[in-house]
Design a protein around this ligand. Structure first.
Ligand SMILES: C[S@@+](CC[C@H](N)C(=O)[O-])C[C@H]1O[C@@H](n2cnc3c(N)ncnc32)[C@H](O)[C@@H]1O
Length: 368
């Protein structure tokens, strides 16, 4: 077994220490059409020299370099797969055009805005508090059907109650009338409640069902007339029959998915003796991406692994993964972090997903 492999062998999880275009060329035959979600967080070309990598190419060289990697990555996607790219204000517009050329404008899904810091940067003209995720699908139509909604919030779930002790479980009520303009003659009548009270539809409205159907629904205890039976009729919608998942919005706040600072704090708990990695993504951000884009067992790929966030999150969420990193952080951060994950590390999203350890990964040096 390679030196930095760890845990249960044969999981299919792999970390590659090498330059990504060389590693991708090597992996292409095996991964073609197999990857459910690719996430990349390349250097943003912001002319910084970080402790773990340099980020100072000319605009043209940076764009050509990334365009070549996108050409290599796109064929690896499954038909229902998606590609997510982190980027900031400096290059996002150029990258969008370059990525359109590779994946097709019609397969561009959305731009997500992530609030990556909550403190004000006073040395700049504008304090840059957000960056972007460009979201592409291999096939936008397939992705639309395949993507997962977000889990319902506790606020949404709290709207489902059971004031009449219905054996079918909690429900919420919705209006029993619709706009009159859309109705047929059979929807205009005086609705008589079980206690004899008579209800006219509100002005400009008609009942959602015909009189006969409404009586059937009342009989089936699907219509609610309030606790005392005198209320305006409303329809019961059961939690067990609805899928109250939320459509993801395009604004992802720090409170929901964390910040670069929260990610650094997590890394410092995990790797206290190391030089801090300056640009990690929070696990909660990757958790949301992988939740929307994948199911357990799906294959996830990150070709700019950095400190290993994507692999750590995929591991904790029961997804398989391939991560590629050319810097020495492939060992100092990715290997060490994933070893902690296998051992049941408690930070990041561990509590949220009930992570308690297990599994394994293989580590390869490649193309260097
Ligand atoms: C912004 S960091 C990624 C951070 C990561 N998302 C995290 O949460 O830690 C970009 C990483 O890409 C790596 N990188 C840049 N060019 C690369 C290449 N051609 N092949 C492999 N890795 C590369 C850099 O060494 C750096 O660690």
């Amino acid at each position: 077994m390679p030196r930095y492999s760890y845990g249960t062998p044969g999981t299919g999880n792999a970390l590659y220490h090498g330059e990504n275009s060389k590693v991708l060329a090597h992996l292409a035959p095996a991964l073609r059409g197999a990857v459910r979600c690719i996430y990349i967080d390349p250097p943003y070309n912001n002319q910084e020299r970080y402790a773990h990598y340099h980020d100072a190419l000319s605009h043209a060289a940076w764009l050509a370099n990334l365009g070549e990697r996108l050409e290599q990555l796109a064929p690896l996607l499954r038909e229902d797969g998606s590609l997510w790219i982190s980027i900031d204000d400096r290059e996002v517009h150029y990258l969008k055009v370059a990525a359109d050329a590779v994946l097709g404008r019609e397969n561009f899904v959305s731009t997500v805005v992530w609030q990556q810091r909550t403190t004000r940067e006073n040395r700049k003209v504008f304090s840059n508090n957000h960056e972007y995720l460009l979201v592409y699908a291999k096939d936008a139509r397939r992705f639309r059907q395949a993507r997962n909604p977000l889990a319902p919030s506790s606020d949404l779930l709290s709207r489902y109650k059971n004031p009449d002790g219905d054996a079918r479980g909690p429900w919420q009520s919705v209006s029993a009338n619709v706009q009159a303009g859309h109705g047929t003659a059979s929807q205009f009548y005086v609705l008589v409640a079980p206690n004899g009270r008579r209800h006219e539809p509100p002005k400009g409205r008609c009942w959602v069902y015909s009189q006969r159907r409404m009586q059937q629904e009342i009989h089936a205890r699907n219509v609610w007339f309030g606790k005392d039976g005198n209320g305006v009729p409303r329809l019961k919608r059961f939690l067990s029959e609805s899928q109250p998942g939320l459509t993801p919005e395009t604004l992802w706040t720090a409170a929901e998915v964390g910040t670069n600072d929260s990610a650094k704090k997590h890394l410092l708990q995990l790797l206290p003796d190391d030089t801090v990695f300056e640009t990690p993504k929070p696990e909660a951000l990757l958790h949301r991406i992988l939740h929307i884009a994948t199911h357990p067992g799906d294959l996830v790929l990150d070709a700019y692994l950095g400190s290993g966030t994507t692999a750590a999150v995929a591991h904790k969420m029961g997804r398989r993964y391939v991560g590629i990193e050319e810097g020495r952080q492939a060992v100092t951060h990715c290997f060490t972090r994933l070893r902690h994950v296998v051992e049941g590390e408690r930070g990041g999203i561990s509590e949220q997903v009930g992570w308690s350890g297990g599994g394994g990964f293989e580590f390869f040096r490649s193309g260097r």
